[in-house]
Design a binder for this molecule. Structure first.
Ligand SMILES: [Zn+2]
Length: 309
């Protein structure tokens, strides 16, 4: 039995990443963006560890759920035969300590939202949701600190907190879980996936408009703007990453559609957006080959075939 809700980069992260390159974000916006970026990297790292698990389990990533008008998000939900694991992954760095319920960064002395309380809240809401769906299973919830450079002073003797040196032991523990998932488990996983909220109203984005954004193609590796095209390849001066023109143009077209869903993709708009590709013919050739041409009277634009379905 294999069932997997993949982890996609959130729309919010994709937009903020692009804005970070194309406009000057305020300090607050920029720190919010970098937190998302770091969080996503941490989750990917955790996914990599789970890949080593063999056996039978269902995994749902980044569920955003709602019960009794309260929404909650879970980084990884693992459904095993006799247990459900709710895992919150934190990519914190540096030293923190706890003062009662207050979670404090040791260097800056700034308090941050206590992730233990956040985890307990999610667990309680998940329990209520399970009850409503008539599903019974023990739940264990965990807070996994994935970054080896994180240290928590006065860490409570709470088995739900998995600090970096204990992650492998944690993975070993869940790998020993019995297999034999049944239809009941799969149906529950499908139900959870169907309840996942795809709600963009949770996005915290600065206001932005097309004219104020710097145009050009960003590097897929380090997200800076590319300044060199050589032999049909875009080469990043900052990180050395290279990508062929077609893939870079298609990536940029997708980025433009995510930032401005109302904007039609035409040869002219994409030519202006990509900026570094001087030839309109190249843009047209790529669009003709990969997008579908829609003619409306005298004007025409292109749509991405995946988007249409
Ligand atoms: Zn780069």
């Amino acid at each position: 039995m294999n069932f997997h809700k993949a982890r996609y980069e959130m729309k919010e992260l994709i937009i903020l990443r692009s804005l970070n390159t194309r406009i000057a974000l305020t300090e607050k916006e920029s720190s919010y963006y970098w937190n998302l970026e770091k969080g996503f990297q941490g989750e990917q790292k955790f996914d990599g560890l789970l890949e080593t698990l063999s056996g039978n389990y269902l995994i749902l990533n980044d569920l955003l759920l709602e019960i009794n008008n309260s929404t909650f998000q879970i980084d990884s939900t693992l459904i095993f035969k006799d247990t459900i694991y709710l895992v919150e992954v934190k990519n914190y760095e540096g030293d923190s300590y706890l003062e009662g319920d207050r979670w404090i960064n040791k260097n800056t002395k700034k308090e941050r939202k206590n992730p233990i309380l956040q985890l307990k809240r999610s667990e309680s809401l998940f329990r209520q949701l399970m009850k409503e769906l008539n599903y019974n299973s023990p739940i264990e919830s965990y807070l996994v600190f994935i970054n080896p450079n994180f240290y928590l002073y006065h860490a409570p003797m709470d088995p739900s907190i998995i600090l970096p040196p204990h992650i492998n032991r944690f993975i070993d523990k869940i790998s020993l879980k019995p297999p034999n998932l049944t239809d009941k488990h799969l149906k529950f996983a499908q139900k959870l996936r169907s309840l996942h909220l795809n709600n963009s109203s949770f996005m915290q984005l600065p206001t932005y408009n097309y004219d104020h954004l710097e145009k050009g193609i960003t590097c897929p590796g380090c997200h800076t703007l590319i300044s060199e095209v050589k032999n049909s390849k875009l080469i990043c001066e900052s990180c050395g990453c290279s990508e062929d023109v077609t893939s870079a143009v298609l990536r940029s077209a997708k980025e433009l559609s995510i930032l401005f869903p109302e904007k039609s993709i035409t040869v002219n708009t994409l030519h202006e957006w990509c900026k570094i590709i001087k030839s309109k013919k190249t843009i047209r050739r790529i669009l003709v080959k990969n997008y579908k041409l829609i003619k409306l009277g005298k004007s025409s634009h292109y749509v991405c075939p995946q988007k249409e379905s």
